[in-house]
Ligand binder design. Structure first.
Ligand code: MRU
Length: 352
């Protein structure tokens, strides 16, 4: 089974199944979601993670949540739909795809005003499937645009996991690497381990290795040194929410990689599907950054807690890379260059 046959989120035969990414790379365990609480928990605990995959999981999760609503009471259905959407949106704050997908489903219901509850459930599931299909084609398009910026044999640094596991298929910033691989580009990829939850070491290393890409794992604090050696020609990362001015929130440590890239004259590319661009958020300072348990720093991954008992911790899950460090934003609609506050809104302009 290749990496593209692995689906982090599926809804088939009336069942919502997710691949539990907290168990990777050791075990590939698929888990069925039974309730809206299961879905909330899976998102909160990062069993399903990565902005686009979170959006898809939320959309299917909402369909699952209203599945058992009584057939005869449309008013009750609408109330439950809105309540469940609000509830699921609280699972994680930073990736905009979560609220984006939930709002899209609620809006779809309001625009369509289905006559029966049965029809409403069917329509919502179709819309959730569209979100997943659109994500898959967006990733492919980003891969093609992204590949035009890369050359065979390049050394590429990536942070966290913005690959197939974080999306419906292909990934965002790993998509061009997979397409290049098919065309014999022979990239050398360096994966930051990405402390503290190690999505680079556990997930990026796993999926690239499984696909036969030349991948080398490094600790986050080795990035400067590999850049100084001249081993890195481009940095590619994903994004959890891009503000209207082009500031991009992504996994903690991304900002540092961007600063290092600038110092070494290396282009820094952020892969951002339009579902991750939030024009309602003016700048990066308006993005809510998720704070997580300090145990992820002090004891997780170690046989014994490695920090002194009771140690104070600070564990933000994301940081914001200011727009001025981002060489280009790769979207499914094309490559966007600065000034971002002028060029990002053009992606959403309706064609006359
Ligand atoms: O906490 P995570 O694992 O959900 O964080 C994921 C990232 O920061 C990814 O880089 C981002 O969501 C882009 S995924 C295509």
């Amino acid at each position: 089974m290749g990496i593209f046959d692995i689906r982090p989120v599926q809804y088939t035969g009336g069942k919502m199944i997710i691949l539990d990414q907290t168990r990777l790379p050791k075990e590939e365990i698929y888990e069925e979601m039974q309730t809206r609480e299961d879905v909330w928990d899976a998102i909160y605990k990062l069993k399903v993670r990565g902005a686009p995959a979170i959006g898809v999981a939320a959309a299917y999760g909402l369909c699952l949540a209203v599945r058992d609503c009584p057939e005869e009471d449309m008013e009750c259905f609408e109330m439950r739909l809105k309540e469940d959407a609000e509830y699921l949106a609280t699972a994680r704050p930073t990736a905009v795809n979560l609220s984006w997908a939930l709002k899209r489903l609620v809006r779809h219901f309001e625009e369509l005003r289905p006559k029966t509850v049965q029809q409403a459930k069917k329509e919502l599931l179709l819309e959730a499937r569209r979100i997943q299909e659109e994500d898959e084609s967006a990733c492919l398009a980003m891969g093609q645009y992204g590949l035009s910026l890369l050359r065979p044999g390049m050394g590429i640094l990536t942070h966290c996991n913005a690959g197939a596991l974080a999306t419906s298929r292909y990934g965002t910033c790993l998509a061009p690497i997979y397409l290049g691989q098919e065309q014999g580009y022979d990239f050398r990829v360096f994966a930051d381990e990405t402390r503290p939850l190690l999505q680079g070491a556990r997930l990026t290393a796993w999926e690239l290795q499984k696909s036969g890409v030349d991948v080398t794992l490094i600790c986050d604090n080795m990035a400067a040194s590999v850049m100084a050696k001249g081993w890195i020609d481009a940095v590619v990362v994903g994004c959890d929410r891009m503000a209207a001015n082009g500031d991009g929130a992504n996994k903690i440590g991304t900002f540092g990689a961007a600063v290092l890239a600038k110092e070494h004259g290396i282009p820094f590319y952020m892969y951002v599907p339009t579902s991750t661009i939030d024009l309602n958020t003016p700048t990066g300072s308006n993005i809510q950054i998720e704070l997580r348990s300090g145990e992820e720093i002090s004891r997780m991954w170690y046989r014994e807690p490695m920090a002194p008992k009771g140690i104070k911790t600070y564990n933000p899950a994301f940081d914001v890379t200011p727009a001025r460090y981002i060489t280009a934003v790769i979207t499914e609609k094309g490559i966007v260059k600065p000034p971002y506050e002028e060029n990002l809104p053009k992606l959403f302009a309706k064609k006359k």
